[in-house]
Design a protein around this ligand. Structure first.
Ligand code: FRU
Length: 719
């Protein structure tokens, strides 16, 4: 279901950087990828029987070498000695480039270039004291003056004891000097403006970028910093540190990189003049201004505002660096982004979670009679724990100094969803816990004060012998057909499948598990608003990939959830919230009592980029098709099946009628049928110039009791 492979990216990056190390015009002298040293003469024991495959026994982790093999004279430890001598070769390029690491000892640990028996160039490793790192770094010898001469390379380990070894890899002749990596390159900024704009190159090797504020580490991010021209600029909001000194430190920066020097302080960021008007910007689907979003988090109605937090990578197009982004809205349709509220810290990246208003101030975080807004989130470090942050104004948030509030159960525990359970007057947390045996479970905890949690019960996701209950739980009570006396509890999972049952404050007893949630694609990790009286409104992560944009992914439109009785038992329905009607600019109503197969297209005169279509019809024997900007939405009455661009799903008739609503934005469709029993989200990018709409019947005449097209406006305009 989760089609985005968050872990694939680093592998691609590693492959890309190795490829670029082998420029076409280079002449390889040695890559040490073979089983033995080949033509190299080996003396002594230190270099072992052949190139090492990375780290040797008893050694700190070796990295920074190319491929799988390298020269590593730590064979049998530091005390072994020896030498390696290459075959003779002719100098045919301007530089000899190589990677070198290990001990620093110009006399006893050396790599040297000999011409006519004389040493003309020499290099050694970087470490001359305990600690340090086994990382190889690029170096270069300028050998232009020896053009045409015959040369030999000699690698010597005559050192014993601490750092008594040398490592070397990938020796090549080149006309380009190897870019030397500067360790812990820094740049200081006296903060005067809102942002530091960071240059980002999608797919570049990730740099560890540490942000210091007045000398103290504030946050560490892995950033695809552009060495040259960036694909886009990521604004780092530093407004909280105005007047202070912010230092950015990059762990390994190419000496010719403009990654740090190009950073500018500004109150805006490049591209902001076109914000929300970008070609692939959903116009009524929330997406972050810059960077990646995944799950909605901490959805809550507080002080008359809707709050949406979300998994945010502010500094990358793909997943990573999980922060909680934050946006607010008066109506769930028009959003204002407020910046990141939870940043990664020493307890790890900030994974998904929820928010509640603590009306009775059980937590004690309230001030002056004002109830606090409390966030519960997963700090996904080692260990992975559940933590808390609070706010009284809905703008600034403080992480609890005594975090975590719940210790690690297994390293696969995450995504706390907290609710107030009025009958038992307790907080209830549902937490996804993947057990050591790889079982998917939801653990229920209770608390009097949001800080102290006690295990109450466990629901095992294997009830149906399948993998129901997968991460990001949500848990709420809904009346059946509006009748509160018949209400049921609903437990949803990240894939939107759900269980309906009863809950006594301790134990959830499902009547039926693994009911099908949404029927489309690219919908995941949905949550509902807490503290919203009388309604249950859900927003999901809408996996709309927006390649070429400085942002990626989005959220679905807000969906009202209800339970409705069906012959099989109560089932959930999804319908667009009524607030979306505020986007309508022009409504076209069509009076088409019957639509015959040869009828003219009723929508022929209408064209729109952003559109909502509503229809209520009795299909009879007809197949009814809607065309919306190149997408087809076809209803087959005989099979009681809906096809959205050939993705077929069940859609039962209701009282002999079908009611369909279609929303079309720049990045996706959302189709509702069968009074909300069938919800089909579908990432889809219409062609920019295809604004045509249509409706037709095939194989019979359909009777329409309602047929409307609403042209919609962007939600991003005047806010
Ligand atoms: C779901 C998820 C959550 C986790 C978050 C991390 O998409 O994997 O389980 O908390 O994303 O970003």
């Amino acid at each position: 279901m989760n089609t985005i492979h968050k872990t694939l990216i680093p592998i691609l990056i590693a492959a890309a950087s190795i490829a670029s190390a082998r420029a076409a015009d280079d002449i390889l002298i040695a890559d040490f990828e073979g089983e033995n040293y080949g033509a190299w003469k080996v003396e002594g024991e230190a270099f072992g029987p052949g190139p090492a495959r990375g780290t040797l026994k008893g050694q700190m982790r070796v990295d920074g070498f190319a491929g799988k093999g390298l020269v590593n004279s730590f064979f049998k430890g530091d005390d072994t000695v020896g030498a390696l001598t290459s075959a003779e070769f002719r100098i045919e390029r301007k530089f000899v480039n190589f990677l070198i690491g290990g001990g620093k000892n110009a006399e006893k640990l050396r790599m040297e270039l000999l011409i006519g028996g004389a040493v003309v160039r020499t290099a050694t490793g970087p470490n001359d004291r305990p600690g340090g790192a086994e990382t190889l770094a690029a170096e270069s010898w300028d050998v232009a003056e020896f053009a045409g001469k015959m040369a030999v390379i000699h690698i010597v380990d005559e050192a014993k004891g601490g750092w008594g070894h040398i490592s070397v890899d990938h020796i090549a002749q080149s006309d380009r000097k190897a870019a030397v990596l500067l360790a812990d390159a820094k740049r200081e900024f006296k903060v005067e403006k809102r942002y530091l704009n960071l240059p980002i190159k999608n797919g570049a090797a990730k740099q560890k970028v540490t942000t210091f504020v007045d000398g103290r580490v504030e946050v560490r991010n892995d950033i695809e910093l552009a060495d040259g021209a960036p694909d886009w600029w990521a604004p780092m909001d530093v407004s909280a540190w105005r007047g202070k000194t912010v230092t950015l430190q990059v762990d390994k920066l190419r000496e010719d990189s403009t990654g740090l020097s190009a950073i500018e302080q500004s109150d805006t960021f490049p591209g902001a003049e076109n914000l929300y008007r970008e070609p692939l910007r959903g116009q009524f689907h929330f997406s972050s201004q810059r960077g990646w979003n995944n799950d909605p988090n901490g959805m809550v109605f507080f002080n008359g505002e809707y709050h949406l937090f979300y998994q945010h990578n502010p500094y990358g197009w793909p997943w990573g660096n999980m922060h909680w982004g934050h946006a607010v809205s008066p109506d769930m349709v028009h959003w204002q982004e407020l910046g990141d509220k939870l940043a990664p810290d020493e307890s790890g990246p900030m994974f998904s979670g929820s928010a509640v208003v603590d009306w009775k101030n059980t937590s004690g975080f309230g001030k002056d009679g004002k109830p606090p807004l409390v966030l519960l989130y997963t700090a996904a470090g080692h260990p992975t724990v559940q933590s808390l942050a609070y706010s009284t104004d809905g703008r600034t948030f403080t992480k609890l100094a005594t975090n975590p509030v719940l210790k690690e159960i297994t390293d696969g525990n995450r995504d706390p969803k907290v609710i107030w359970h009025e009958p038992t007057k307790k907080w209830v947390m549902t937490l996804y816990v993947e057990t050591k045996e790889k079982q998917h479970t939801i653990h229920f905890f209770t608390s009097p004060n949001l800080r102290d949690w006690t295990l109450a019960s466990v629901v095992n996701g294997g009830i149906d012998g399948d993998k129901f209950l997968f991460e990001c739980p949500d848990f709420f009570e809904l009346p059946v057909d509006g009748d509160a006396s018949k209400s049921k509890w609903v437990l949803t999972a990240a894939d939107s499948n759900y269980a309906v049952g009863t809950f006594d404050g301790t134990t959830f007893t499902p009547e039926k598990t693994h009911l099908r949630g949404h029927r489309g694609r690219g919908f995941y990790a949905a949550q509902t608003f807490s503290d919203l009286p009388g309604r249950r409104v859900q927003i999901g992560w809408f996996q709309t990939e927006t390649r070429g944009m400085p942002f990626n992914q989005s959220m679905t439109i807000p969906l009202e959830l209800k339970l409705t009785a069906t012959p099989d038992g109560p089932r959930m329905t999804w319908t667009p919230v009524k607030e979306l009607a505020s986007l309508r600019t022009k409504s076209h109503r069509f009076d088409v009592p019957t639509l015959a197969p040869d009828a003219a297209n009723p929508f022929a005169a209408v064209s729109a980029e952003l559109v909502e279509v509503n229809a209520e019809f009795e299909p009879g024997d007809a197949e009814v098709s809607f065309t919306v900007r190149g997408a087809t939405i076809r209803y087959d009455a005989k099979k009681q099946e809906l096809a959205v661009n050939d993705h077929r799903v069940p859609a039962p008739l209701r009282d002999g009628k079908q009611r369909i609503t279609i929303f079309c934005d720049r990045t996706g469709l959302e189709v509702f049928a069968s009074d909300g029993l069938t919800y089909v989200p579908m990432p889809f990018v219409p062609k920019a110039d295809d604004l045509a709409l249509g409706v037709q019947a095939k194989g019979g005449a359909a009777k329409f009791s309602a047929l409307q097209v609403h042209e919609l406006k962007s939600a991003w305009g005047a806010q």
